[in-house]
Ligand binder design. Structure first.
Ligand code: FMN
Length: 189
């Protein structure tokens, strides 16, 4: 079947030299056949304020509406994030919170692939665990396998931020394929 699928990719880190953004960028070249991906930034999303959310106002901040629309138009979500203090980085959690509100939340039932990179030894395992609660609450369809915990990540990219570690490259490919597969599976039901 020649269906085309579209992913939206977000990085939980805003810094220029981010290992996680580098991993997300690497995904662009490893997508399964028939899949496109747009990477979008969460840098302009303000701190969640219920007074600026529906139904109290007639419109949300523009950056939030844009973000929600991009999520709504994607078949699958790719999140690549560091672990901050054993958990989800605040900026990323905040963006997820904005997108989670309302019966028309674009996150409800959304297929999602989570990955993470750290210079440390534990590969963002605890950030992954923190995300599970979010995935459950929003009925998101997470692809848990293969787990992409990129430990000692500084050694896995070259000076230009290009992913050079073959094991990680293969893992990334499999994860992206798994996201496509779950979308196909869900579309059948
Ligand atoms: C606020 C903060 C908290 C952090 N907490 C953790 C942590 O719990 N576990 C971990 O492995 N690394 C932790 N780190 C280190 C990050 O993994 C490291 O800075 C990493 O490079 C951030 O990802 P990035 O390269 O994509 O920006 C923390 C960094 C920051 C700034």
């Amino acid at each position: 079947m020649n269906s085309n699928y579209h992913f939206i990719g977000i990085s939980g880190s805003l810094r220029k030299g981010s290992l996680n953004t580098a991993l997300l960028n690497a995904s662009l070249e490893l997508l399964p056949e028939g899949v496109t991906m747009e990477i979008t930034s969460i840098a302009d999303i303000p701190i969640y304020n219920g007074d600026n959310d529906l139904p109290l106002t007639t419109h949300r901040p523009e950056s939030v509406t844009t973000f929600r629309n991009k999520l709504a138009n994607a078949d699958g979500l790719v999140i690549v994030s560091p672990e901050y203090n054993y958990s989800i980085p605040g900026g990323l959690k905040n963006a997820i919170d904005w997108a989670s509100r309302g019966e028309d939340s674009p996150l409800l039932n959304k297929p999602v692939a989570l990955m993470g990179a750290t210079p440390g030894m534990w590969g963002t395992v605890r950030m992954h665990l923190a995300f599970q609660a979010v995935f459950v609450f929003l009925d998101m369809k997470a692809v848990y396998k293969p787990e992409v915990f990129v430990a000692q990540a500084s050694k896995k990219f070259d000076a230009d931020g290009k992913l050079t570690d073959e094991f990680t490259i293969n893992l990334l490919k499999k994860k992206l394929q798994a996201l496509k597969d779950i979308i196909i599976q869900l579309n059948k039901n």
